[in-house]
Design a protein around this ligand. Structure first.
Ligand SMILES: [Zn+2]
Length: 120
């Protein structure tokens, strides 16, 4: 089997290995993405020009504390390092709202945490 280091987190103890050259293969990370997660789908968050790169924020699909990836997306909002959802600034969590992986939404609801990191 060929090495394929990429996985998608679908639960706090569950990951899937995307099919090589499947749809997810064509998405890259951006700190200012043109797509977002809605339930189990990735949807366009705005009009996307023909030929434009498809992006979503990987932090919306990862909440493993050890996740870290350098970012050079070029956005004025670039965080320079992509980390787990839990480390997103409250303003970014608020911007994304429910546009995060379902397992993250469930976890934060079950912990009584607001997604901006406050209790309530
Ligand atoms: Zn970035």
């Amino acid at each position: 089997m060929e090495d394929w280091p990429y996985t998608l987190q679908v639960g706090y103890d569950r990951y899937v290995v995307p099919r090589r050259h499947g749809v997810i293969w064509y998405f890259n990370h951006s700190c200012e993405p043109n797509c977002g997660i809605k339930g189990t789908r990735i949807i366009a968050e705005r009009d996307i020009m023909k030929g434009e790169e498809l992006t979503f924020d990987y932090s919306c699909d990862v909440d493993w504390p050890g996740f870290t990836m350098p970012c050079k997306c070029g956005s004025p909002a670039c965080r320079k390092v992509v980390r787990a959802y839990r480390y997103l600034p409250a303003s970014v969590k608020k911007k994304y709202g429910d546009r995060v992986a379902p397992f993250i939404l469930r976890a934060y609801r079950n912990r009584g945490m607001n997604r901006d990191g406050t209790r309530g």
